[in-house]
Write a protein that binds this ligand. Structure first.
Ligand SMILES: [Zn+2]
Length: 241
């Protein structure tokens, strides 16, 4: 039965209970947002860190190419000096000119190779500049993250204190409920939270917009227990209603 004329329930108490439930819902939302904010902050560090790693990998690859080319350069230089020694002991003109051709070819190859090594050096310089920027970004993100976490934790502490206080206030207010309604009240507020109570405005339930008959409104005016015939919320008239 939606209107129980036998049970009296003060609108003021229901207003207080509803206000406390709304505050709790808001505070719990704030509390639950903190881990998401922390995760988002840490994701920014991960992204900056991945960027640094990617650039370092490029640098490592470029250095390997560079080392390889320098090694080839040295090997060829060693061969040139070897060939130059052989030049002095050449047994024939034919051998002499063959050695000279080999030396010329190796020198030419090393000129090209030296240019390539310079190109790789330039590439590494460019990579180093990008790396410096990425490392600075990472350091900033880490610093910002520490600040953000500090702010979130400070806010979280305030929210938790408010939660504890409002939960205490709610428990206190609930002791004023007539014992006969406590079970129903508990069931609906456990299931729906703040939606378990609703003010009546323009003769309608503000939780579900159900239009209420005169009988319901009259019941509310007489401080009877009235529940919404549609959503079951405990109904009350606003302070100015
Ligand atoms: Zn309703």
């Amino acid at each position: 039965m939606a209107v129980d004329t036998k049970i009296q329930l003060s609108a003021e108490l229901l207003r207080t209970l509803h206000r406390l439930h709304r505050q709790l819902a808001d505070l719990r939302t704030q509390r639950d947002r903190a881990p998401i904010q922390i995760k988002a902050s840490q994701a920014r560090i991960s992204a900056a860190s991945a960027e640094v790693d990617a650039i370092k990998a490029k640098k490592k690859a470029a250095k390997m190419v560079c080392d390889q080319k320098e090694l080839q350069l040295k090997e060829r230089e060693a061969r040139i000096s070897d060939l130059e020694t052989k030049l002095n002991t050449a047994a024939s003109n034919r051998e002499f000119s063959t050695l000279q051709e080999q030396i010329a070819a190796d020198k030419k190859a090393n000129e090209v190779q030296s240019d390539e090594v310079l190109e790789v050096f330039e590439l590494i310089d460019g990579i180093n500049e990008k790396l410096a920027v990425a490392e600075a970004t990472l350091a900033n993100e880490q610093e910002d993250n520490n600040l953000r976490i500090g702010e979130i934790e400070a806010r979280q502490k305030v929210v938790q204190e408010s939660l504890d206080r409002v939960e205490g206030e709610l428990l206190q207010a609930e002791t004023e409920l007539p014992s006969v309604v406590k079970g129903d009240y508990k069931r609906i507020t456990d299931a729906k939270g703040e939606e378990g109570l609703a003010a009546v405005e323009d003769e309608s339930c503000t939780a579900c917009n159900q239009r209420l008959t005169t009988q319901f409104i009259e019941g509310l005016r007489m401080s009877n227990l009235v529940r919404c015939p549609n959503c079951d919320a405990f109904l009350y008239l606003p302070a100015n209603g």
